[in-house]
Ligand binder design. Structure first.
Ligand code: FAD
Length: 474
């Protein structure tokens, strides 16, 4: 036997997909090894993604909110920013969570091996850390190696050009900042730096920012972000950039953009590329497409028996909550096979919808069919919109620009999609996702008693509006 260590299941990558799969498999009685190249678990999401960005966005949103308090009779003086403290707050948040994961792995007897995993066959994985190599023999494997930022080839090597990981380091507050890419990640980071005082331009190649989002959400977002962003240049390409003493000089091509402009910090946020070509998948015969995605079926199986893949590495949307669910599916199918449990073996990834959220100010959130898609695909829908200007809670909270919108099947009345803009939109969209999964119709949602006065009430009221019986509850 060539292996140093044998197990039922090896999981390559300790992000949300990987640790969720490892924990579920261990709970189901398997002997699990979790391989992660970095010293902490949690992957992109906990270390350099979802969580640190939200720690900073929370601070940014409070800073923005208190600005308006002067008009309400409470004046907070201008903020005094201690960047070192802010950084250590963010690190503290990450530390609590990654430490928690390490403890949970230990409790479940999941063996965490630090190092870079590479398949050498369909039954063996090498793990390299420093000068040491371990060989792990496995009955089953799950690839959960995630993704990395796309680097634009024409940008020079310079410490003033960063990706989201660099931006989250919060080394300094740039006076002039450019964000290349008007997607969720770019605009979330932009919101943080804007609150800290940077003057920010955004450049986006497509027709609009937040690709895929409901257009009405974007309208409200733009109106509320005029003061925060200097320019948002859509349909514009970044064509070149050069490092100068004064900053990074960037040339643009498109509509209303200037020919060139100089910045103290450039954030490239043009998307993420899967790590499919970086795990030795080819050595095990695993199919990887030209972009680096590993092809899987509804049970997360690759083309090679016994090897599964989950998370960012298997396709869009690249979101942590999708990775977690796929991880559970793979773990259950594998446990079913090894333990001979027929019911577990039939598990499959069967989500009807996966919600998307931008945690900006305001938050925007959408799930299922969007109105743009309905129009493009000629799907006739019944629409219910509840403007928050009619919500007592929204007015009390100063967020009456928001709204909640639901789309229903014109014949059956079943809910097809939803979109919300305003504070806590991300927390509320889960209810719409549940309604879609349960096949709820406008009456089900409208007659569900929501607590008053809450922003969440707007979902019930949007359903009633679609039904043509809007109540006058403020
Ligand atoms: P990852 O989290 O990428 O984890 C993969 C792990 O595998 C990494 O730890 C990596 O080190 C390890 N690895 C890779 N190759 C090897 C190897 N050969 N050997 C050993 N280990 C290896 N998603 C949301 O849902 N909500 C958000 O708010 C959100 N915010 C984000 C903000 C930012 C700035 C970024 C960059 C992303 C954000 N995402 C968000 C996306 C989210 O982080 C990813 O979808 C999620 O982390 C994917 O999980 P994963 O398990 O597939 O992979």
């Amino acid at each position: 036997d060539e292996a140093d260590l044998n197990c039922d299941l090896v999981v390559v990558g300790g992000g949300p997909g990987g640790y969720s799969a490892a924990f579920r498999a261990a709970d189901l009685g398997l002997d699990v090894v979790l391989v992660e190249r970095y010293p902490t678990l949690g992957g992109v999401c906990l270390n350099v993604g979802c969580i640190p960005s939200k720690a900073l966005l929370h601070v940014a949103s409070v800073m923005e909110e208190v600005k308006h308090f002067k008009d309400l009779g409470v004046d907070f003086s201008d903020p005094d920013i201690d960047l070192a403290k802010l950084r250590s707050h963010k690190e503290g948040v990450i530390g609590k969570l990654t430490g928690g994961l390490a403890a949970m792995a230990k409790m479940r007897k999941v063996k965490v091996v630090e190092g870079s995993g590479q398949f050498v066959s369909n039954a063996l994985l090498t793990v390299d850390a420093n000068d040491e190599r371990q060989i792990i023999g496995f009955k089953r494997a799950i690839i959960a190696a995630g993704s990395e930022s796309v680097q634009l080839p024409f940008l020079p090597e310079d410490e003033r050009i960063v990706d989201s990981t660099g931006a989250l380091k919060l080394k300094s507050i740039p006076e002039r900042m450019l964000i290349i890419g008007g997607g969720i990640i770019g605009l979330e980071m932009g919101s943080v730096y804007a609150a800290l005082g940077s003057k920010i331009d955004v450049v986006e190649m497509l027709d609009d920012i937040f690709a895929g989002a409901d257009k009405d959400l974007i309208k409200v977002w733009k109106a509320m972000n005029k003061h925060r962003f200097n320019r948002i240049m859509t349909r514009t390409k970044t064509v070149s950039a050069s490092a100068t003493d004064d900053g990074i000089a960037v040339c643009f091509d498109g509509g209303s953009a200037p020919q060139s402009e100089t910045y103290d910090l450039v954030l490239q946020a043009v998307g993420r590329r899967p790590n499919g070509h970086k795990v030795g998948a080819e050595a095990a015969g695993i199919q990887v497409d030209e972009r680096g995605f590993i092809t899987v079926d509804k049970q997360q199986r690759t083309n090679i028996a016994g090897i599964f893949a989950i998370g960012d590495i298997v396709g869009q949307p690249m979101l942590a909550h999708k990775a977690v669910h796929e991880g559970h599916v793979a773990a259950e199918v594998i446990a079913g096979e090894i333990k001979g449990d027929k019911k577990l073996q039939t598990t499959s990834f069967d989500a009807h919808v996966i919600p998307s959220v931008a945690y900006t100010d305001p938050e925007i959130a959408w799930v299922g069919l969007t109105e743009n898609q309905a129009n493009e695909q000629g799907i006739k829908v019944r629409k219910g919109v509840f403007p928050w200007s009619a919500s007592g809670r929204a007015i009390a909270n100063g967020c009456e620009q928001g709204f909640s919108k639901l789309l229903f099947d014109i014949d059956t009345g079943r809910i097809l999609g939803g979109a919300i803009v305003g504070p806590s939109a991300g927390d509320m969209i889960g209810e719409v996702a549940l309604a879609i999964e349960m096949g709820a119709d406008d009456v089900d949602i409208g007659k569900t008693i929501h607590p008053h006065p809450t922003l969440g009430e707007s979902i019930g009221l949007a359903a009633e509006a679609a039904h043509g019986s809007c109540t006058d509850l403020p």
